[in-house]
Write a protein that binds this ligand. Structure first.
Ligand SMILES: [Fe+2]
Length: 557
C-alpha cells in the first residue's frame, strides 16, 4: 500500500510525506523548496518531491490523506465560538473565517488542487482530524507499545489539547480540551505582545524567559493548578480602541526590533513559567488516565524544549518521545498512517531514529553547482578530519551533507558549526552569520557516549527537542552553548545512525578534548533552512561563514 500524507490548513507549515507498506520513505516541508518561510500554500512542490523520491505516479497511490478536517468542521467551530462569545465576532475575524471556509470548500480541502496539479488518481482521498494526525505522528514513531499521548497546539478544528491512549498499535481517544482554551493561543498572544511574530517566534520568548524574574501575575489570562489549565481566550483576544487587554494590564506592547527592557523579560518569564506548569499538569493527567508512564508529545506547543526538559526530569515519566516535527509540518507523518486504523487495524509501529527524511544531492550535483558559480573547491579525502581541524582553529563552517532534516532543527545535515569552547563564539556566529537576537541560545551536538558527562538527566536526545541542565563543572567548558540559566538543548549523536557527523564531532574531540560542537541551522535570519547546494552556496556567500563543507568538497573564503 502506498500512502501520501500532507498538511494544508492554509495557516502555516504545509508539508508532505510518502510511505510504502507502513515504511516512511520521505518527508519535506513546502518552505524548504519554495523558500517561503512557514509556507502555508498547497504543498505542490513537497508532494512532487515525495512522488519523485518514491518513483511513483499519482495513479499508483492508494490513499491521499490530509491532516486537517473537512472545512465544514472548522467553520462550524468558528460559528460556535462566535456565538458563545469565546472568539470576538468582529469584521476581521468574520471575514477571515468566511474566506478560509470558502477557499478550503472550493478546493475540497486541497484535494481538487491535487488533481489539478498531478492529474487523476484512483487513490482514496480523506480528511484526518488534526489532533488524531498529531497523535499518530507521536505514537506510531515512538518505540512504545503502551503510551500516553498528549497533543498541544494553537488550534485544530475544534481541538486545543488532547490526550490519547496508545496500545497494541491503536489509539483510544481519552479527552479533548476544545479551542480556544489553548496553550498555543496563550503563548502566541504574548509572543505578539512582546513584539515578535505569533505562531513563529515563540522560540524567542522561550529564550528570553531566563533573563526575567518572577513577579508578573498572569492570573487573569490563564488559571493554573496541578490538575488543569484554563486560558481566558476572550480576554486574550480583547482589543478596545486599538489597545489589547494585555497591554491595558501590563503596559504598551513592545515595538518589534526595539530594545527589550526588564518588564518585557519578566513577562517572558511568566509566560514560559505558566506554559511549563500547564504542560506538566496535562502530562500528569495523561499518565493518570492511561496508566502509562511512556509519554509521547506532539503539536506546536511540544516544541517548547524547556518545558519538555522539565517533563523528562519530573519523575512523572519513564520514557518520553517528542516527535521532532511537532508543529503542523509533522501532521503529514500522522495522516500518512491513518488508513491503517481502518476496520480496527493497527498502526505501523516504526520508531523514528533520525529525521533525515528529505532531499539529498549527489557529489556530481554539488559539483555542477560549484562549477556554475565558478568556485574554487577542493575534493577532500577525509571530510570529518578536515572540517574538525577548521573548527578547532575557530572557523565557522557550513556543513551540508546527506538528506535534509524534517522538522525545525538542523541535526548535522544542514548545519552551521563552530567551536563551543569559545565564550565569544555565540556573538561571533550571531554577528557574522545568523544576525539574530543576542539572547537566543545556540545548541550543542555531542557524542552520545559523553552526554552524561556533560548533562544532568542525560538521555538519548537525537532531535534537540528538550533541554537539560549542563553539569556545573562543564558550563565553563562549553560556554557558547550553555544558556544563561545553565541549560542546553542537546543533540546526542549516535555513531550507528549518523556515522559521518559522529566522526566529525569525534575528530573535533581528539583535537580539543571536547567532543561537542555548536550546531545551528544553515540559514540566515528569517529564511528557511537551505535545501539545495545552490541554497547553501548563496547563504555561505551572504554571511560571514569561513568555510563550506558540501558533500566531499571544501570551499573557503
Ligand atoms: Fe497542530
Amino acid at each position: 500500500m502506498i500512502t501520501l500524507g500532507f498538511n494544508y490548513s492554509q495557516m502555516h507549515d504545509s508539508s508532505a510525506c510518502i510511505a510504502r507498506d507502513g515504511e516512511l520513505l520521505f518527508a519535506v516541508a513546502e518552505e524548504r523548496i519554495s523558500r517561503i518561510k512557514h509556507d502555508a500554500g498547497f504543498p505542490r512542490l513537497a508532494i512532487r518531491a515525495c512522488l519523485d523520491f518514491a518513483e511513483v505516479g499519482p495513479d499508483q497511490l492508494d490513499f491521499i490523506c490530509e491532516g486537517w478536517p473537512n472545512p465544514r468542521k472548522v467553520f462550524g467551530t468558528d460559528l460556535k465560538t462566535f456565538l458563545r462569545g469565546q472568539y470576538p465576532l468582529n469584521y476581521s475575524n468574520a471575514l477571515n473565517s468566511a474566506r478560509l471556509y470558502a477557499s478550503m470548500a472550493h478546493q475540497n480541502g486541497g484535494f481538487k488542487l491535487f488533481t489539478y496539479h498531478f492529474g487523476a488518481t484512483k487513490a482514496q482521498m480523506r480528511f484526518v482530524d488534526h489532533h488524531l494526525a498529531h497523535a499518530i505522528s507521536a505514537y506510531s514513531y515512538s518505540a512504545f507499545d503502551n503510551a500516553a499521548i498528549v497533543v498541544m497546539d494553537g488550534r485544530g478544528a475544534w481541538e486545543a489539547s488532547s490526550i490519547w491512549h496508545g496500545h497494541d498499535g491503536r489509539l483510544d481517544h481519552v479527552l479533548t480540551i476544545p479551542w480556544p482554551n489553548s496553550l498555543g493561543l496563550f503563548y502566541a498572544q504574548f509572543t505578539q505582545y512582546l513584539g515578535f511574530v505569533p505562531n513563529s517566534d515563540e522560540w524567542k520568548v522561550m529564550g528570553l524567559a531566563p533573563y526575567g524574574n518572577a513577579g508578573v501575575n498572569l492570573g487573569e489570562f490563564i488559571s493554573l493548578n496541578h490538575e488543569m489549565y484554563r486560558v481566558n481566550a476572550p480576554l486574550l483576544f480583547e482589543r478596545k480602541n486599538g489597545t489589547s487587554a494585555i497591554a491595558k494590564r501590563l503596559g504598551p506592547e513592545r515595538t518589534p526590533e526595539s530594545e527589550i527592557d526588564d518588564s518585557f523579560k519578566n513577562v517572558a518569564f511568566a509566560v514560559q513559567d505558566a506554559c511549563e506548569t500547564a504542560m506538566l499538569a496535562l502530562v500528569k493527567l495523561a499518565t493518570g488516565k492511561t496508566g502509562s508512564r511512556n509519554v509521547c508529545l506532539a503539536g506546536g506547543v511540544a516544541l517548547n524544549s524547556k518545558a519538555n526538559g522539565k517533563i523528562q526530569a519530573s519523575g512523572m515519566v519513564d520514557n518520553i518521545f517528542i516527535q521532532p516535527a511537532a508543529s503542523d509540518d509533522g501532521v503529514a507523518l500522522g495522516a500518512v498512517f491513518a488508513p491503517y486504523l481502518d476496520k480496527g487495524g493497527q498502526l505501523p509501529m516504526k520508531p523514528l531514529r533520525h529525521a533525515y527524511l528529505g532531499p539529498e544531492f549527489s557529489d556530481s550535483e554539488i559539483e555542477k553547482a560549484l562549477v556554475t558559480y565558478k568556485l574554487r573547491a577542493f575534493k577532500l579525502n577525509d571530510i570529518a578530519a578536515t572540517a574538525a581541524e577548521l573548527l578547532a582553529n575557530g572557523k565557522i563552517i557550513g556543513w551540508f551533507q546527506g538528506r535534509m532534516e524534517f522538522g525545525p532543527r538542523a541535526l548535522g545535515h544542514r548545519s552551521i558549526l563552530a567551536d563551543p569552547r569559545d565564550p565569544e563564539m555565540n556573538a561571533k556566529v550571531n554577528n557574522a552569520v545568523k544576525f539574530r537576537e543576542w539572547w537566543r541560545p545556540f545548541a550543542p551536538s555531542m557524542l552520545k557516549e559523553v552526554a552524561a558527562e556533560y548533562l544532568e538527566h542525560a538521555c538519548d536526545s537525537p532531535f534537540m527537542i528538550l533541554t537539560n541542565p549542563v553539569r556545573p563543572e562543564k558550563r565553563g567548558v562549553i560556554p557558547s552553548v550553555t544558556h544563561v540559566d545553565g541549560s542546553a538543548r542537546p543533540q546526542t549523536v549516535d555513531k550507528e545512525i549518523e556515522p559521518l557527523y559522529w566522526n566529525l564531532i569525534n575528530e573535533f574531540g581528539k583535537r580539543t578534548g571536547v567532543p561537542v560542537l555548536m550546531n545551528t541551522s544553515f540559514n540566515l535570519r528569517g529564511e528557511a533552512i537551505v535545501n539545495t547546494p545552490t541554497d547553501a552556496i548563496r547563504t555561505f556567500f551572504s554571511s560571514g561563514m569561513d568555510a563550506l563543507v558540501i558533500g566531499s568538497y571544501l570551499v573557503e573564503k
